[in-house]
Design a protein around this ligand. Structure first.
Ligand code: C6P
Length: 402
């Protein structure tokens, strides 16, 4: 990878923040957007803006073609078996809520859902809301000290009442890449479907939903160098067909009378209302961009950055890194001595470094480690060794102020 050339795709990375060159290390929150994706948004507004799936006129057809081209690109990107299994959403959160709402309809009092202690709130709260409606209990897979899951405990959580497993592919805090393929096989032995939260994994590694054999996979475009407000949910056709629609409205129907409505075929049954067709079209360009770089090359580059950054960070006196799994994505969450994460983050910002601080929408995981917050540096292929060196120097400098 020619990183200097790649960085030219991201004008924002050349900005100054507080008079210092920006070092963007908040990629797990949202990645930056390459110029080609910004151009694709621009082109949609300038040349092809029309509502989709509705018009016979040329503009509408052009917009529809772009949306459906992205559906096929997304199908290929995650290796889904069919475009009917690719539903456009607003992001991972909406994808999970869709399953909680629609699959949740089939659950009843006394049922159980298995989640893990490292889940993002997006993969906890929708199940709790469902639980309040249906009296469903969450069973939680514990996290071990190194940030991996206790897989023996996982096996023991299954009961005759288990209806779903909902697990993250990669933790947004610990970086742990979970052995989801094996966990899915375990769940299937118990006859239980699995939803994988792919928000953090999809931008950083090749995903093959057929190889994983997951039943649902949710992801967000804004973490994948794409636009905001768009995501995708993969679902196995036989499950999606049995599920009730998530929302009612235009586009998701076949026929409507005041007495009775029949629903559209997949995937439109789950896409009520006008979608973010500009964003979806631009997501297609983001997928082209990722494919051109190559997901394996991205994973290799980020793995190397993580190894270098981890080694350098451990030079900082008082450094404690949370999450030391062997199989880990390019995320380093840490605390230095008892310095508050917000104080560290604010002072790093003054020096031009963008990191995330606080509970990272994973309060149960913070409780597991007995802290209220952490500082998180999360890397992308476009980060450099020089940025890591500068970051380590900045963390040392900030730490010495306390
Ligand atoms: N995590 C982070 O800084 P949305 O907001 O729907 O695009 O993604 C939600 C989500 C779900 N699961 C995981 C594992 C995630 O990391 C996220 C988003 C960001 O860690 C923002 S809180």
């Amino acid at each position: 990878m020619d990183i200097n050339k790649i960085r030219e795709d991201y004008p924002l990375l050349g900005r100054d923040i507080n008079g210092k060159p920006l070092v963007y290390l908040d990629n797990a929150a949202t990645s930056q957007t390459p110029q080609c994706v910004v151009d694709a948004i621009d082109e949609m507004y300038h040349c092809h803006k029309a509502n989709v799936h509705r018009g016979v006129h040329t503009l509408s057809q052009e917009a529809t073609d772009r949306v459906e081209a992205t559906r096929e690109k997304m199908r290929a990107f995650i290796n889904a078996g069919s475009i009917e299994e690719v539903i456009f959403t607003r992001g991972t959160t909406e994808g999970i809520n869709l399953v909680a709402s629609s699959l949740g309809e089939t659950m009843c009092n006394g049922d159980e859902i298995i989640v893990t202690q490292m889940e993002h709130h997006s993969n906890i709260v929708p199940w709790q809301l469902l639980g309040q409606r249906k009296r469903i209990t969450l069973r939680v897979v514990p996290v071990l000290d190194d940030g991996t899951l206790d897989l023996d405990a996982y096996e023991e959580l299954f009961s005759d009442n288990t209806r779903l497993v909902a697990i993250s592919h990669m933790s947004n805090v610990l970086g742990t890449i979970n052995p989801v393929k094996e966990m899915i096989a375990t769940a299937h032995r118990h006859g239980v479907p699995v939803l994988v939260d792919g928000a953090q994994a999809a931008p950083h590694m090749a995903v093959d939903v057929q190889d994983l054999d997951c039943d649902f996979y949710a992801l967000s475009a804004h973490k994948m160098y794409g636009p905001t407000g768009v995501g995708a949910l993969y679902g196995k056709k036989e499950l999606l067909e049995r599920m009730m629609p998530y929302q009612g409205g235009g586009e998701m129907i076949s026929t409507v009378t005041f007495e009775h409505t029949t629903f559209a075929a997949l995937p439109f049954k789950f896409e009520a209302g006008t979608p973010d067709y500009v964003g979806i079209a631009a997501l297609g360009t983001a997928l082209d961009y990722l494919n051109e770089l190559g997901m394996d090359a991205i994973a290799e580059r980020e793995h190397e950055l993580l190894a270098y950054a981890t080694e350098r960070m451990l030079e900082v006196p008082g450094m404690h890194i949370y999450g030391t799994a062997q199989n880990k994505g390019a995320v380093i969450s840490f605390l230095v001595n008892d310095i508050n994460s917000y104080d560290m983050g604010l002072l790093l910002d003054k020096l031009g470094f963008a990191v995330r601080t606080g509970h990272h929408c994973a309060q149960p995981l913070m409780a597991r480690y007995g802290v209220t917050g952490m500082v998180r540096a999360s890397f992308s292929f476009y980060n450099t060794h020089e940025e890591i060196d500068a970051f380590v120097a900045a963390v040392k400098r900030v730490s010495s102020m306390f």
